[in-house]
Design a protein around this ligand. Structure first.
Ligand SMILES: *[C@@H]1O[C@H](CO)[C@@H](O)[C@H](O)[C@H]1NC(C)=O
Ligand SMILES: *[C@@H]1O[C@H](CO)[C@@H](O)[C@H](O)[C@H]1NC(C)=O
Ligand SMILES: *[C@@H]1O[C@H](CO)[C@@H](O)[C@H](O)[C@H]1NC(C)=O
Ligand SMILES: *[C@@H]1O[C@H](CO)[C@@H](O)[C@H](O)[C@H]1NC(C)=O
Ligand SMILES: *[C@@H]1O[C@H](CO)[C@@H](O)[C@H](O)[C@H]1NC(C)=O
Ligand SMILES: *[C@@H]1O[C@H](CO)[C@@H](O)[C@H](O)[C@H]1NC(C)=O
Ligand SMILES: *[C@@H]1O[C@H](CO)[C@@H](O)[C@H](O)[C@H]1NC(C)=O
Ligand SMILES: *[C@@H]1O[C@H](CO)[C@@H](O)[C@H](O)[C@H]1NC(C)=O
Ligand SMILES: *[C@@H]1O[C@H](CO)[C@@H](O)[C@H](O)[C@H]1NC(C)=O
Ligand SMILES: *[C@@H]1O[C@H](CO)[C@@H](O)[C@H](O)[C@H]1NC(C)=O
Ligand SMILES: *[C@@H]1O[C@H](CO)[C@@H](O)[C@H](O)[C@H]1NC(C)=O
Length: 864
């Protein structure tokens, strides 16, 4: 063999080995989710799985990962996600000047003033328009024609040429408009959506005003500002329409006073109250706005909140009467200085019928169902707003702002702003809010729970896309792209929901992209009439329907090809359950066998020595405990039976590694197993540990820390050697101490070599005695002949001595005292004698002599 071929061979072998390892690794790391699926539709509802409908398929599972080529391609059913754009009209590009910037357009075009607008704006645009896109000229004529219907006549002549030349009359702000999508479950599909804000997009502004008494000054101001408002808006878009409506409240107690006089004239200069009135439908005749507002009369009501929700509902629902255009930015300015009634409040006035969300206006534009239906709820309003793509601007006084600020969060596309108390800032307010609304775009959809749509966009940054459905600071003509990531989370229960129409729309604009979504939840081969579908098929022994390569058996048969009959088996047993040990598992035959007609046929192992057995293939004779890599310590020791070792006689233990006999645990000199201080386990002593200490040694014969038998022997040593202790009675001693007779020695000394134990005690007389014993075979005790007693002390002598000493000391003290007093007395007497000698006693005047007679005088006696 030449060296080159050797190297190639080596490489091939290496590759094969590595490939195998790789394959094993992959198999272990990622559990194949396909394998467990046994029906075509459950299979393709699993990501990346494909179904094989080959009639006599020999592989592991018909549901397989499509990357593994186990099935001939013509039998594979693996539908793929597909996207087809049905309608893809070009976006209406900004008009010629719009390409540079919208600000430039506003300033240059309209700054010159209302009358000169057309010529100045477009004339300039045309002059500068050297490098415009080829498409822009056609789309600009689009725009012109669309505005033709509503544009004021003063501009008309400038544009008439453009309108007539155009064929299409539509403004397109979202692209594409319609898409057909087929989606596999859990597969994410990215759909591109573009949005642009067309220049001069029509605007409908409906001014809805609270006309209770407190708003009188506002009304006056609005009427004065009407012209300015329309002019301002026309400077933003030439295609502008304005409308006006007003509301008070339901004409019922407690909302308004129903006293007949008050009903006619609730306050000074007031007209009768009413629910809602559409004074002026949206139209291009903006001059009449001021007059309409001036003519509208204020009215009065009782409670603080007003019936504004009724009015909003009517203003939105009455599309015809109010005159909302299909293609226009729709603004509803809601101006009030009070709160609002909402669903449920109608009960106060006895109105219980819920709001039906329909239009109920008479020919005068009055709301007819005001006292028949309750107020709408916030979510009803929100629903209507969404359906009609309305932007509500809550223009409210500052004391109410916090309430409407919260309300706007619940109504899509709405905003709130503070109105000064006389509405003097209304023009600026509308302009600002419109700018805010039109400069941002937010994508929404009406997908239900099973379909998840996530939006990504880089907006105007040009950077990477981030997850957002909203872009801000958009100006006219700028185009933003969104990526709508669509994912079907699961197949809906109802097959009718497998095809859905989903709408993706920018908030506040009546344009949308419609997705015709088809969820790939079913296999055609499961439907009658398709090629893979065969009733009473021979593949199924004529007992079942053959579909997608498998048999769907009738109720009397089961098995892969309906080969098993129910009548053969106990009818209570069902095919699958009888192959499972219990109902907690879903794998037949413990995964180690095939379920054939309700019984397990266990797989054969490649090694004939290894056998799987048991009714559910739950047993085998190769997975028992091993000792030294020998199953049950080898065939000599035991055999393996269903996971447990069965030991041969003479062997024991979980792996049959232990000898059953206790011979090796016997001490050589005879005696108990493990010297009585342990148990024999697997031929080895396991020594005991007790309160005396820890035994050790091969036969548990050693115990360095144990007190040993000293205590036990003490009494007999005491009585036999010294005739003392508890057995000092001779008979007791003789009776209880028979095992040994201590040998007297003068001094007890331990001989280390003989394993002797030394014992030392004190007896009741405090005498110390020692003995030692050794247990080599029999018990030999050596004891001290004489116990060592402490010398006796003569206690009485000490006591008497102490008493005598005390008495003597006492006597001595007494004597001393007597002596001292005697001396003292002698001295005193001597002095007395001396003084007596010196003294001359006066006998007549003895101080202590008293006369024997005494005289008394009666004080009452007068002497007569
Ligand atoms: C759409 O625009 C592209 C270029 O932007 C142009 O080629 C195409 O013809 C336009 N399609 C229509 C229907 O106007
Ligand atoms: C208003 O629109 C109508 C058509 O709806 C049109 O005939 C009329 O000329 C327009 N008026 C103004 C002032 O634009
Ligand atoms: C939105 O526009 C379509 C046509 O583009 C129209 O059929 C539909 O009625 C409009 N919806 C509303 C709420 O105006
Ligand atoms: C508006 O309200 C302020 C205080 O909130 C008051 O000072 C002012 O006079 C009011 N203006 C009018 C026109 O009512
Ligand atoms: C864009 O909008 C944000 C607020 O959303 C604002 O802070 C920012 O100044 C705006 N940028 C431009 C360029 O207008
Ligand atoms: C979404 O809206 C479209 C158009 O209004 C409608 O046909 C479709 O049924 C809606 N889809 C869902 C899921 O509500
Ligand atoms: C199953 O059928 C056999 C005879 O075919 C009978 O002996 C046995 O009792 C039946 N068992 C049950 C649970 O019905
Ligand atoms: C499994 O069987 C037990 C009784 O054998 C029953 O109580 C239990 O509900 C069953 N569980 C299921 C999931 O069928
Ligand atoms: C398993 O059982 C089979 C048949 O009973 C026997 O031939 C085989 O030797 C056994 N294997 C072992 C490892 O005991
Ligand atoms: C061996 O000793 C253990 C306790 O130590 C005892 O249970 C067992 O029966 C003994 N075996 C024999 C054969 O005496
Ligand atoms: C001595 O032995 C007798 C009986 O043999 C017994 O009753 C007695 O308790 C023993 N005395 C002592 C101190 O062990």
């Amino acid at each position: 063999m030449i060296p080159g071929s050797k190297a190639i061979l080596l490489a091939i072998v290496l590759a094969a080995v590595l490939g195998q390892i790789d394959g094993q690794k992959a198999g272990k790391l990622t559990q194949n989710p396909c394998g467990a699926k046994d029906k075509c539709h459950t299979c393709i509802q699993t990501e990346s799985c494909a179904w094989c409908m080959q009639p006599d398929f020999k592989g592991q599972s018909r549901c397989f990962q499509h990357s593994s080529k186990v099935c001939p391609e013509e039998f594979v059913w693996n539908p793929d996600t597909s996207e087809q754009i049905l309608l893809n009209k070009n976006l209406t590009l900004a008009s010629v000047a719009g390409g540079s910037s919208a600000i430039g357009y506003g300033a240059g075009g309209y700054g010159a003033g209302g009358a000169g607008y057309g010529a100045a704006g477009y004339g300039a645009g045309g002059g500068a328009g050297g490098g415009y896109l080829s498409g822009s000229s056609s789309s600009s004529s689009h725009y012109h024609s669309s505005s033709s219907s509503s544009m004021s006549s003063s501009y008309g002549s400038e544009y008439s040429a453009g309108w007539s030349a155009s064929s299409s009359s539509e403004i397109v702000q979202i692209k594409p408009q319609s898409v057909k999508l087929k989606l596999r479950i859990n597969q994410k599909h990215d759909l591109k959506v573009s949005y642009t804000q067309a220049e001069g997009y029509p605007v409908d502004l409906y001014y809805l005003m609270d006309l209770s008494k407190s708003m009188e000054d506002d009304k006056e101001k609005l009427s004065a500002l009407g012209d300015k408002l329309s002019e301002t808006m026309k400077s933003i878009t030439s295609n502008f329409r304005l409308g006006f409506g007003s509301f008070v409240d339901k004409v019922l107690m407690p909302y308004v006073s129903t006293i007949p006089k008050k009903l006619e004239n609730p306050c000074d200069n007031c007209k009768a109250p009413y629910g809602y009135r559409n004074h002026m439908p949206l139209n291009n005749n903006t001059e009449s706005f001021s007059n309409e507002v001036k003519d509208a009369a204020v009215s009065g009501n009782l409670d603080a909140p007003e019936g504004g929700f009724d009015a909003i509902m009517q203003a939105i629902a009455c599309r015809q009467q109010v005159g909302w255009r299909e293609q226009a930015r729709r603004l509803l300015v809601f101006s009030t200085d009070a709160g609002f009634h909402y669903a449920g409040d109608g009960k106060l006035g006895g109105v219980i019928a819920p709001n039906d969300g329909e239009c109920h206006l008479n020919s005068q534009g009055m709301y007819t169902h005001s006292v028949l239906q309750d107020y709408p709820s916030i979510s009803q309003i929100n629903q209507k707003v969404k359906e009609n793509a309305i932007n509500i601007i809550f223009a409210v006084t500052s004391n109410q702002f916090s309430v409407y600020e919260k309300l706007k969060g619940h109504i899509q596309g709405s905003s709130a702003a503070v109105l000064s108390n006389d509405s003097s800032n209304v023009v600026d307010l509308v302009k600002e809010e419109y700018a805010k609304i039109s400069s941002s775009v937010e994508m929404k959809d009406n997908a239900t729970g099973d379909v998840k749509i996530t939006y990504f966009s880089s907006c105007l940054t040009g950077g990477p896309e981030i997850q957002t459905s909203k872009c801000d600071n958009l100006t006219v003509g700028q185009q933003v792209s969104f990526t709508a990531q669509i994912q079907v989370l699961k197949c809906p229960e109802d097959p009718r929901d497998w095809t859905q129409h989903i709408q993706i729309y920018p908030v506040g604009i009546n344009e949308s992209m419609l997705i015709q979504l088809e969820m790939l939840c079913a296999c055609p081969c499961e439907q009658p009439g398709s090629t893979g579908y065969e009733v009473h098929s021979r593949h199924c022994n004529n007992f079942g329907t053959f579909m997608c390569g498998i048999c769907d058996c009738d109720e009397h048969h089961f098995g892969n090809s309906c080969e098993c009959s129910v009548s053969d088996m106990n009818s209570t047993i069902n095919n699958d359950a009888s192959c499972r040990a219990d109902n907690t598992t879903t794998t037949d035959c413990s995964g180690r066998g095939n379920c054939v007609c309700g019984a397990c046929e266990c797989f054969k192992r490649s090694n004939p020595e290894e056998v799987v057995s048991g009714p559910f293939c739950e047993c085998d004779n190769f997975s028992c405990e091993r000792n030294k890599n020998q199953l049950c310590s080898g065939p000599d020791h035991g055999t393996c039976d269903c996971g447990r070792c069965i030991c041969k006689p003479g062997w024991t233990g979980t792996s049959c590694a232990c000898q059953a006999s206790n011979d090796t645990c016997m001490p050589p000199g005879g005696g108990e197993i493990c010297s009585g201080h342990g148990v024999c386990e697997c031929g080895v002593c396991k020594c005991a540990v007790n309160e005396q200490g820890r035994y050790s040694g091969r036969h548990c014969e050693k115990c360095p820390t144990c007190s040993g038998r000293c205590q036990e022997l003490k009494d007999c040593v005491q009585c036999q050697m010294y005739h003392t202790g508890v057995l000092k009675d001779v008979n007791d001693c003789a009776r209880n101490c028979t095992t040994f007779t201590p040998i007297g020695v003068e001094k007890v000394e331990i001989d280390e070599r003989k394993d002797e134990q030394m014992c030392t005690f004190f007896d009741e007389d405090d005498c110390r005695f020692e003995f030692k014993y050794s247990e080599q075979g029999e018990l030999i005790v050596h004891a001290q002949e004489e116990k060592e007693c402490p010398p006796k002390v003569f206690m009485l002598g000490i006591v008497l001595g102490v008493i005598a000493a005390i008495v003597l000391v006492g006597l001595a003290i007494l004597l001393l005292w007597k002596l001292l007093t005697t001396i003292h007395d002698r001295r005193e007497f001597a002095r007395f004698e001396k003084e007596r000698m010196n003294a001359k006693w006066d006998t007549g005047e003895n101080p202590i002599y008293k006369q024997a007679t005494s005289t008394f005088k009666n004080p009452m006696y007068a002497g007569k």
